[in-house]
Design a protein around this ligand. Sequence first.
Ligand SMILES: Cc1cc2nc3c(=O)[nH]c(=O)nc-3n(C[C@H](O)[C@H](O)[C@H](O)COP(=O)(O)O)c2cc1C
Length: 336
Amino acid sequence: MKISNIEFPDKPLFLAPMEDVTDPAFRLLCKRFGADMLYTEFVSSEALIRSVNRTQQKLTIYPEERPIAIQIYGHDPASMAEAARIAEEAQPDIIDINFGCPVKKVAGKGAGAGLLKDVPRMLEITSAVVNAVKLPVTAKTRLGWDDDSKIIVNLAEQMQDCGIQALTIHGRTRSQMYKGDADWTLIGEVKNNPRMRIPIIGNGDVTTPERALECFNKYGVDAVMIGRGAIGRPWIFEEVKHYFETGENRQPLSFEEQKAILKEHVVASVYWLDIEENTPLEIVADKCLKGIIHSRRHLAATPLFKGIPNFRETRISMLRAETLHELFAIIDSISI
Ligand SMILES: Cc1cc2nc3c(=O)[nH]c(=O)nc-3n(C[C@H](O)[C@H](O)[C@H](O)COP(=O)(O)O)c2cc1C
């Protein structure tokens, strides 16, 4: 499978863009475990144009991450074109447009999934971005606004006509937000539409190797994108790949190995958010760190600690810990 001239291995697995989750610390970990394509968190076109600091930071990409896309969102075609040009300077491999974010502060302002209600503008934005940059442009969207407007089959053709080089479809409507089950049947319909030439990336609720394989086999997608299934479990990519290669589930990493990976992620987050590359960790081990607070989502979501008897108190203290000493002492004390 190829997106423009970027070649991917058979049955590629993409890490979904996730705000506040897919920063370099997490992306690099997923890459190590086999994610074939990475995305930044979504970046506001308006904030990018105003050079808001935190937004600029979201453009940071490392050579080991390639291929990687910078994802942008917004409501205004000219601003989106300008933002795409700014993003292009950060030299990603792809510019991806977010037409899928359902949250009020985005969709309510006519950006993200809000554009599913205004297809002409959505296409205008797509063309403006495609024409603004030399890099390949891709888009990520949902099935439609609500149950009565699942427009994706037509929309995919229209977006292809605007010049996007791949389309990711999350199998939910905007109204569903993240509720209910993702419906892959329409994703399959888009893929099987003989007029579609661009790769279709399927997304939604893939959390097991078996389901990932089923999505490739049953719906024919060119790539499967995994989001929440990787939070607190970046090794999922390796598990899925092993299953593809052998037809069997891989011997799980040991409890201690998985704990070590989660700790490594905490440390990487601290280096990303709190301290310079070569600073010895000891210097900040008793400080309250942003990287720790940032890692809580992963520690809360990881399947690793599920089912441990009487874990509630430990879980609460783990998710309240503010320093590395405190947090690692708690994690080290957990056994099965
Ligand atoms: C915390 C969180 C943040 C997200 N942020 C983004 C984002 O910035 N851009 C985007 O296109 N989708 C975003 N999404 C949606 C995911 O990319 C994905 O489409 C969705 O979670 C469904 O896939 P999954 O079931 O594998 O998680 C986000 C999802 C979550 C849970």
